[in-house]
Design a protein around this ligand. Structure first.
Ligand code: SAM
Length: 211
């Protein structure tokens, strides 16, 4: 079901001091937007923000950046980030297509991709956030030995993504086709929805190692 367009989303995000609307201006300088300089973890396609706000709450020694290109859903993430009043999380309204204009080389120490659109049609596959076109950008912005964690409900996207990561030289650390909820597991809005429908959650953890 399509979300109704919220005409107030952009004005609301514009007024939110935790949200950066022109992220290109901060390329290579993201640490300056946090209280403390510490590793930056990025979630691409944050949606409503439940996952990353909880991560930030649990891990004060990490700086978190929530990123999404759709103001409609992201405005909710913005509100959650503001209400959390944490010193280690900010958001950026931006498209992953522009990652290289937004982040400097090795600026990020972990990437999370949760339940990205599966884009099943062949002609759309290059829009997948795990497609090699994106993986090559991740290699630029990630520090060596950093990890990417990817979760999906979609079998085809999952199996293709394993191929993509292997093909691009990432070291596969964990492949789990039926991820059980651990005590400290942080769950996104979409993960919650799929779990309620008893859909198996697929999980991949990979490491970026320079060849
Ligand atoms: C299916 S939702 C999942 C939201 C959230 N991660 C969750 O698990 O609840 C996918 C999100 O990815 C965002 N997205 C898709 N392509 C993107 C891109 N190229 N750059 C940034 N965000 C993107 C969409 O706007 C949407 O909010």
């Amino acid at each position: 079901m399509r979300m109704r367009k919220k005409h107030w989303a952009i004005p609301n995000l514009n007024k939110n001091p935790y949200i950066y609307m022109k992220p290109q201006e901060f390329k290579g300088k993201w640490q300056k937007n946090f209280e403390k300089a510490q590793p930056i973890h990025l979630e691409i396609g944050t949606g409503r923000g439940d996952f990353i706000v909880e991560k930030a709450r649990q891990n004060p020694d990490t700086n978190y950046i929530a990123m999404d290109r759709e103001a409609n859903a992201f405005v909710e993430a913005g509100e959650k980030i503001k209400e959390a009043k944490l010193l280690n999380i900010i958001g950026i309204l931006g498209d992953a297509d522009n990652l290289l204009e937004i982040f400097g080389k090795s600026e990020v120490e972990k990437i999370y991709i949760n339940f990205c659109n599966p884009w099943p049609k062949n002609r759309h596959k290059k829009r997948r956030l795990t497609h090699p076109l994106f993986l090559n950008m991740y290699k630029e912005i990630l520090k060596e030995n950093s990890e990417i964690e990817f979760k999906t409900d979609n079998d085809e996207l999952f199996e293709d993504s394993i191929d993509y990561f292997e093909r691009e030289g990432f070291k596969i650390e964990i492949i789990d086709r039926d991820l059980k909820v651990k005590e400290d597991e942080v769950i996104s809005y979409y993960e919650q929805r799929w779990r309620e429908q008893n859909i198996k959650i697929k999980f991949l953890k990979v490491k970026f190692v320079k060849s």
